[in-house]
Design a protein around this ligand. Structure first.
Ligand code: HEM
Length: 203
């Protein structure tokens, strides 16, 4: 007889979050290496282009996640106001904001598992964001108060991440978790290409 009763939560819960972490790690680390935001300080132009690319990413993913997921997973989590603020601080005008390119060729985010994979990538980005934010703030080339996006949840980052992990656990289903992981990897790959295009041009 098993010493771990089957009705204990640790036994019955699936481990989508742990699988996402392990199975997207190569894609995350490849993106981290390409962006090289910690070792190599950004120029102001590079930072503005990076924010513009994230703006094009979140403009597409946020409405898709709001349509596919329960409001409790997405409400109060928009990164667009912070990105707009930072882009304006970097000198982007409102007409220019409206003309920034939107990411294309993302996988469809209409099914629940696909949306969970996307939620993982989007919300997980706030963890590394805090580290990146500290480097951006310490960089004298950056305009004042131009770094809200990379610290979007401030002191609530850990609490909000735990809530996202709870959402992933609650919705985990061994029959569909593979789709969530495939989608997360596809998003990392597409975002990698999207963020790196014309990024390190200097100025
Ligand atoms: C130079 C760029 C990046 C660096 C240095 C970085 C760094 C980090 C660090 C240090 C963590 C762990 C934080 C912690 O456990 O407290 C983390 C987690 C994470 N980051 Fe990044 N990150 C970067 C870019 C990104 C981007 C662009 C995305 C996606 C849009 C992303 C998605 C994630 C995810 C999903 C996690 C959660 C991993 C888990 O399951 O625990 N990261 N990152």
């Amino acid at each position: 007889m098993s010493s771990r009763p089957a009705d204990r939560p640790s036994d019955v819960r699936s481990n989508l979050r742990e699988r996402l972490r392990a199975e997207t790690r190569p894609a995350h680390d490849a993106l981290d290496r390409s962006l090289d935001l910690i070792e190599r300080p950004l120029t102001r132009g590079e930072y503005t282009r990076l924010l513009a690319r994230f703006y094009g990413f979140h403009q597409v993913t946020e409405p898709a996640l709001e349509s596919a997921l329960d409001p409790s997973a997405t409400s109060g989590r928009s990164k667009l106001p912070s990105l707009q603020h930072d882009l304006r601080a970097c000198g982007i005008t409102d007409p220019e904001l409206g003309m920034l390119a939107l990411i294309d060729r993302l996988p469809p985010l209409t099914s629940l598992p696909a949306a969970l994979g996307a939620l993982y990538v989007v919300e997980g980005s706030t963890l590394g964001g805090r580290l990146i934010g500290r480097h951006v703030k310490a960089n004298p080339a950056m305009p004042d108060d131009s770094c809200r996006y990379f610290n979007v949840y401030g002191e609530q980052t850990g609490e909000r991440w735990r809530a996202t992990c709870d959402t992933l656990e609650a919705a985990s289903d061994p029959h569909t978790d593979d789709e969530a992981i495939e989608t997360a990897n596809a998003i990392f790959a597409r975002l990698h290409g999207w963020l790196m295009k014309d990024f390190r041009l200097g100025a």
